[in-house]
Every structure is written in C-alpha cells, then in structure tokens.
Design a protein around this ligand. Sequence first.
Ligand code: 5RP
Length: 263
Amino acid sequence: MDWGMKNRLDRLMPDGKCFFMPIDHGYFQGPTRGLEKPAETIAPLLPYVDSIFCTRGTLRACIDPIESKPIVLRVSGCTSMVGADLANEELTTSIEEIIRVNASAVGVSVFIGSDYERQTLNNLTQMVNDCEDYGIPVMAVTAVGKEMEKREARYLALCCRIAAELGARVVKTYWCEKDFDKVVQGCPVPVIMAGGPKCETELEVFEFVHDGMQKGAVGINLGRNVWQSPHPVAIAKALKAIIHDNVSVKQAHDIFKESVITK
Ligand code: 5RP
C-alpha cells in the first residue's frame, strides 16, 4: 500500500478502529430532523468522532476547513425520497473536486439486487479507478433503499464481498442480529457498521455496536442514533469508548448516564 493511501486510512482509523459521523442524509432526504443546521449539529460531537461523512455542498457551506476532522466525501447521489427509485444513483463528484477539497476517502452506494445493480457497481468501480491513482480510499456503502427487510446476513455478506472484490478499501454495511460474524469474515477488507433505523433506547444502540465490534467490525458510521437523540454528546462519548477503549455495554451505559447527569 502506498504512503498516501496508508496515511489517509490511518487518519480515518487511528488504532485500526473508527467512529465516522454521517451528516450526508440531506443528499436524498432534504433537511433531516436534527440536521437542519449541520454545523450546529456537528460542533459538540467533533471531539468524539474520527471523521465526518458529508457531501461537497455541506462541506463547503457548513464545515470549517481549519482544524477539520478528516472528511469522507459522499460522491454518489442524484435520487430523492420522493423520486421513483432511490437506487438509481450516479456519481456526483469528480476526482479533481475530491482532491481539491482534500477528502481522506469517498463513499459510494451500491444497490445490489436492485434494477440499478449494474449501474451502481459501475459507479463504485469508476470511483475506485480514479481514486486509487491518487491514494484515496473508496468506501462502498451497501444500500438497500426503502427495502430494510433485506438486511440479513446472507444478503449483506454477498454485498460486502462484491464491493471488496471490485476494489473498495472499506465497506459500510448494516449490522444484523444473526451471523454478522459471517458477514465480516466473508469480506477481505474492513467492515464498518451503518446506523440503520433509529433505535428505541440508547442501550439498544450500545448493544448492537458492541456486538458488531466483538464480531469483527472495525467501527461505525452512525448518525441519527446520535444526533437525533436528546443527549447526542453523551451517546457519542459512550460509543467512542466502545470503539476505541473496548468497554463493555454496561460501562458504555454508565459513561452515557454520567455524562447526562453532569451536563
Ligand atoms: C445514507 C448513508 C448514511 O451515512 C447512513 O445511513 C448512516 O446514517 P444513519 O446512522 O443515520 O443511518 O449512507 O445513505
């Protein structure tokens, strides 16, 4: 692996583990609750996360370039919640722009099993071809659109493996209750867990993240379960401890409770 690629991955995953903070939701859902003003949402969370996952529009308009966290740039899109099919994505951002904004990585969604499987896998390979020339890692996002029931191990393992075979340096996928270890083991590159739908309680979030880490994931890319909570900083603190300090679910919950009380 060349120096630039290694350096970018190391900044994104210090100690080989990572907590990415996604604020890219607006690219298909508009002003998502909690993200109406991304700069205000993200400011108190920055000390606890390793990178920010966002589009170039939010990056330019809302993120201070001075002393910024590493950026994972969302580079696929062109669909919306109210359109015909979320899977019908194109690439949105050129390699020149990716370099210009000094992205540490890029994220591209693939919709495997959808009508747009070939198109979105082609988006991934095009990005890999462009980014590898400059030592920029590509993160594949195994997306399911509105079909959330697809999130079971056999399907996720298929998606992760295909994305890795096509050149993704890391793959973001959903945690699943059964056989998540098989998803991770079948993927030759690091697997990062997506947030998925909002959990009912903080404890549920800590439980699934802890379980996924025990089963071999290297980290999380988790947004709504953090910044839609009434206690985003407390959740972020506890999640950072699970990811980087290997604490138990109980210890994480204690960190959370203590942080809520002392706020
Ligand atoms: C959207 C994304 C988001 O980054 C991903 O869904 C994570 O956000 P959340 O934790 O809110 O689900 O890739 O396609």
